[in-house]
Ligand binder design. Structure first.
Ligand code: SF4
Length: 329
């Protein structure tokens, strides 16, 4: 990088679900929690977030002294955009005193009226940290069910039918067909998939937990139940594994809206800048910082569906420069 390189003061963050060429271009690739932490740790004055709107908003909220750029403002998480502040307020009125845990896949305004945020990588730990018998979890009913199954806490999903369309597209039948074709494969899925799909899985975890697992499992073949863009990074880190997408329908349309050209243009122009109302940002920051103080869940897993082969290639060697959970450049 030369002194005139437009990237010298820009840090580019890419989610595991963006196009492969953006993953190669970025300074760091990770899940929502890792990107939030990496944004805080980076010292460069400009942050370009290659992900959907709430990820760029989160970076802006946690880094008020820096300029955060979102290459494609129209890339808006479909699940996040369905949850309103009014729904949270209505839930609070129906369940007085019950804490509200909001998935980071939500708007800044919704975060601002929540007690604490969570990601799929720390939802269980966040809920347990509240030491409450009942919690409201928004806006993903599937993540809510995942948390309820792993804690002794009564979980109220808000909205009752909130979900990610990308993950909801995977059905148990899709998995059963693939398991017939690959009977020795390990099945891993994201907590945003339906409980019926999770019941078919050998392993359930966040995107980063899945990436770690694919390197560590003894299974030679792995069926991957999350956005198919993650396979690119998995294949880099575990080149000796046969990775089978659980469904080619699992491709987030909003993540695909972000192209390398848009990211490069954002780096060059340092625009469009993400702006969050200061009062909303202050409320959202409180909920996010409370989450960041809690930490990450241990690697999660579902019940083993069947015996998996114990022999097989050892874990892939992680390339020099990789840190656990990050693909840093
Ligand atoms: S995959 Fe689902 S939760 Fe993630 S950004 Fe796309 S719509 Fe939102």
């Amino acid at each position: 990088m030369t002194p005139t390189d437009p990237r010298e003061d820009v840090f580019v963050l890419a989610h595991n679900y963006v196009r492969r060429e953006i993953q190669d271009y970025a300074d760091v690739v990770g899940d929502s929690l890792e990107l939030a932490r990496a944004a805080v740790e980076s010292e460069r004055p400009y942050l370009v977030v290659a992900g959907v709107d709430f990820m760029a908003e989160t970076a802006a909220i946690l880094n008020p002294d820096r300029t955060v750029v979102h290459p494609e403002p129209l890339a808006q998480c479909a699940m996040a955009s369905r949850l309103t502040v009014a729904e949270i307020e209505s839930a609070r009125a129906r369940y007085p005193g019950v804490p509200v845990v909001t998935y980071v896949n939500s708007s800044a305004a919704v975060k601002a009226v929540s007690d604490i945020c969570c990601t799929s990588g720390n939802a269980v730990r966040v809920v347990e940290s509240l030491e409450a018998p009942r919690v409201i979890v928004a806006p993903d009913r599937n993540l809510a069910a995942y948390v309820a199954a792993r804690t002794g806490v009564e979980v109220i999903p808000v909205p009752a039918l909130g979900c990610c369309p990308t993950h909801q597209a995977l059905s148990p039948g899709d998995l059963e067909e693939l398991i017939c074709l690959h009977p020795k494969a390990e099945v891993m899925v994201h907590p945003e998939t339906s409980p019926a799909v999770q019941a078919e899985a050998d392993f359930i975890g966040s995107t980063s937990a899945m990436i770690r697992r694919v390197q560590e499992t003894d299974a030679t073949t792995v069926i991957v139940g999350t956005d198919i863009s993650i396979l690119y990074r998995m294949r880099k880190l575990a080149p000796n594994k046969i990775l089978v997408p659980a469904s080619h329908l699992m491709s987030c349309a909003d993540m695909r809206m972000i192209t390398l050209d848009l990211v490069r243009e954002a780096v060059r122009t340092r625009a469009p800048v993400v702006r969050v109302d200061p009062q909303v940002a202050a409320g959202a920051r409180r909920a996010l910082e409370r989450m960041l103080a809690v930490g990450r869940d241990e690697m999660s897993s579902g019940p083993l569906r069947r015996d998996l082969p114990q022999a097989g290639p050892g874990p892939a060697t992680v390339g020099a420069g990789d840190r656990p959970g990050y693909l840093a450049k």
